[in-house]
Design a protein around this ligand. Structure first.
Ligand code: SF4
Length: 175
């Protein structure tokens, strides 16, 4: 698990989904990934596959037509995952708030870890949010590892598989 955590931190893959935005924030995300800000040099790759993603970047106020796909994509991203809501309309509905065909914000459907302000947001803020997302990803990875730690390490002792408690493990390491 530590192996995957290290790779995830060095090279998080993102899934970008437009849930009804005006494209303003989507263009800023592309600018963050493009040659000027070059987020990709840190190993951040925009993948089209939710099953290979770590970070879900969402723009838009969530329209009635996009909400099912939003939830479906979220459910397909494996744990641990981080959701970033980019732009004010993703957080609250923004300029679209109260319109007949929008849901006024993403958090009515999926949990959000990082909110990026602005209408439109900026590449610098989006990069900051991804850096924050890396910290959250690391914390979530450690949380997932905990249940395994509860059972202790398992190793061969003599001819049998045995569970080593922490005291035994320290002793084992010292030998
Ligand atoms: S926050 Fe503003 S610029 Fe960004 S998608 Fe919404 S309306 Fe467009």
């Amino acid at each position: 698990m530590k192996f995957f955590t290290a790779f995830r931190k060095k090279s998080p893959w993102i899934l970008h989904y437009n849930a009804g935005s005006c494209n303003g924030c989507d263009i800023e995300i592309l600018a963050a990934l493009g040659p000027k800000f070059d987020l990709e040099r840190f190993g951040v790759i925009n993948t089209g596959n939710p099953k290979q993603s770590d970070i879900f970047l969402v723009t838009g106020p969530v329209t009635y037509r996009s909400r099912e796909r939003l939830v479906e994509l979220y459910s397909q991203i494996p744990e641990p995952k981080v959701v970033i809501a980019v732009g004010s309309c993703t957080a609250t509905g923004g300029v679209f708030r109260g319109m007949y065909n929008v849901e006024d914000g993403i958090d009515q459907y999926i949990p959000v870890d990082v909110y990026v302000p602005g209408c439109a947001s900026t590449p610098q803020l989006i990069i900051d949010a991804i850096v924050k997302a890396l910290e959250i990803l690391e914390t979530k990875s450690k949380e997932i590892e905990k249940p395994f730690k509860l059972f202790g390490a398992i190793a061969m002792v003599g001819n049998k598989l045995s569970r080593l408690n922490m005291a035994t493990r320290v002793k084992h390491d010292e030998i």
